[in-house]
Design a protein around this ligand. Structure first.
Ligand SMILES: Cc1ncc(COP(=O)(O)O)c(C=O)c1O
Length: 477
């Protein structure tokens, strides 16, 4: 198999400095002038009743019972009027900022002339976005399959790996995260996500992240692919150690297995490069992307792969289909997202803001050594690891009190993820650092959530839905 060469896309080194206006993070009022606390209460009650009451309780316990109203740039306002700097970004989905005016305009323009399109036909928007993805992703990745969410892109990537190699085994990492669809869940690195649904897909094995020898022991002549995140997100912002991805590349090559890099969180400038794989000089055979490609206003994912792998799809181009994957509307928006990132030099800006934030976090770690055990990450994908697991949730609570929306890692509760929109400015980084400092002091002083007396009053729903009045008597039932 011919190995693709790694290339850094030209925009990665773009020296253009974006202005705050271009970035879409203009002036943001500290509180919403038109709050609606009743609407918030109603939304939480209905969410508890008709979606999941335990989710409401858990979020409340971490001070995160925020109901998003207005959203703009790096900011979001709770319906009760409070403003937050969004450091979660829906797990890194808002690289170009929330409702970036340029993206909103592109979405309006697209709506004026397009709809989702007929998925079975060829489409100008799909073709143009696939061509652009071939241009900006590592050399050799020239073919695309679109999806809606990240899990769908991972499912396709693993299907392609199996189909193209004729092998079945898939190796993934402990604490890795690839979504909750069939193949993606089978690769999940956390037992709790998989256990209730066993048996999942056969042929999936997990190895510790960062350990080339363990991967080498697992990858054999039956292995279709190894899938890995260059920086584990849900796993607690763990960067691939030096030599790891290069080692996996060699191991896969020797065994004739494919390397799948999941860049769903790390892509589109998040780590200060277009794709995190560029930090390591490693090109995968298949790369999955999603989240930020939708510009915060639509859902769009893609698996990008080599022409050699596409051979498998040629005899049956309808072997993998998705009605809404790569809809014309979403692709028009995705194209504008990439144009915005290129034209505003957002990748370089993320690297610069990431360095600024990192310096400030290192300084905080020195001053709060009793709380912070480690600062880690790349670019604007940073993590604060605390000395105790419980501190992740307690810091979310205290950060929310200081106007910061930040969430701990799903698979590593001792880590706060700091993944603000890449359009963050130096002044907003300072705001974040001051809030972190204050929140940490408050946490050490014992500030925390009050006992949740509301729990007992949480709306209850009958376990079984009663029959509709007309159901029992309806003819034909
Ligand atoms: C690395 C990674 N892969 C896959 C996914 C799944 O994406 P989605 O939730 O859109 O299915 C996520 C979601 O957070 C992710 O972080």
């Amino acid at each position: 198999m011919v190995r693709p060469e790694i290339r850094t896309s030209p925009a990665g080194a773009d020296p253009v400095r974006p202005s705050a206006g271009e970035l879409g993070s203009g002036s943001a009022p500290a509180s919403d002038p038109d709050p609606d606390p009743d609407a918030k209460r109603r939304a939480l009650d209905e969410f508890a009743t008709f979606l999941n009451p335990q989710k409401v309780r858990l979020l409340k316990a971490s001070g995160l019972d925020i109901v998003e109203g207005r959203r703009e740039g790096v900011w979001v306002w709770d319906l009760d009027g409070r403003r937050f700097l969004d450091c979660f970004s829906s797990a890194g989905s808002f690289n170009v900022g929330r409702r970036n005016p340029r993206i909103v305009k592109a979405a309006h323009d697209a709506l004026d002339r397009l709809d989702n399109g007929n998925f079975l036909l060829c489409s100008r928007e799909k073709a143009a976005l696939a061509a652009k993805l071939a241009e900006i992703t590592p050399a050799g990745l020239t073919c695309t399959m679109f999806g809606t969410g990240g899990g769908e892109a991972v499912d396709f990537a693993l299907k392609l790996a199996r189909g193209a190699t004729g092998r079945t085994k898939i190796v993934s990492c402990v604490n890795g995260y690839h979504g909750h669809t069939g193949f993606a869940l089978s690769a999940a690195g956390r037992d709790a996500f998989r256990a209730p649904f066993e048996p999942l897909m056969p042929g999936f094995v997990r190895v510790p992240f960062g350990d080339v020898a363990a991967a080498e022991a697992a990858i054999d002549a039956e292995t279709a692919a190894m899938i890995v995140e260059p920086v584990q997100g849900e796993g607690g912002i763990i960067v691939s150690p030096p030599g790891y991805l290069q080692g996996l590349r060699s191991v896969c090559d020797r065994a004739g297995a494919l390397l799948v890099l999941d860049e769903i969180q790390t892509g589109f400038g998040r780590t200060g490069r277009w794709f995190a794989s560029e930090h390591f000089g490693v090109a995968p055979d298949i790369m999955t992307v999603a989240k930020s490609l939708g510009g915060s206003v639509t859902s769009l994912s893609a698996a990008i792969f080599t022409e050699e792998l596409r051979e498998f799809l040629l005899p049956n181009p309808f072997i993998h289909l998705s009605t809404f994957g790569g809809s014309d509307l979403a692709c028009a928006i995705g194209l504008e997202v990439i144009a915005l990132i290129e034209e505003t030099g957002l990748v370089g800006h993320a690297e610069e803001m990431g360095a600024l934030l990192r310096d400030g976090l290192d300084d905080l770690a020195g001053r709060h050594a009793d709380v912070i055990a480690e600062v880690r990450g790349l670019g604007l994908m940073l993590g604060l690891r605390y000395r105790e697991d419980s501190m992740g949730s307690r810091m979310s609570y205290n950060l929310a009190r200081h106007g910061i929306l930040a969430i701990f890692s799903g698979n590593e509760p001792s880590v706060t993820r700091l993944m603000p929109p890449l359009v963050i400015t130096a002044a907003e980084v300072e705001y974040l650092l001051e809030a972190l400092d204050a929140a940490m002091s408050d946490m050490v002083a014992g500030v925390g959530p009050a006992d949740d007396g509301d729990q007992a009053r949480a709306p209850q729903r009958p376990r079984r839905r009663p029959p509709r009045r007309d159901e029992s008597s309806a003819p034909g039932r």
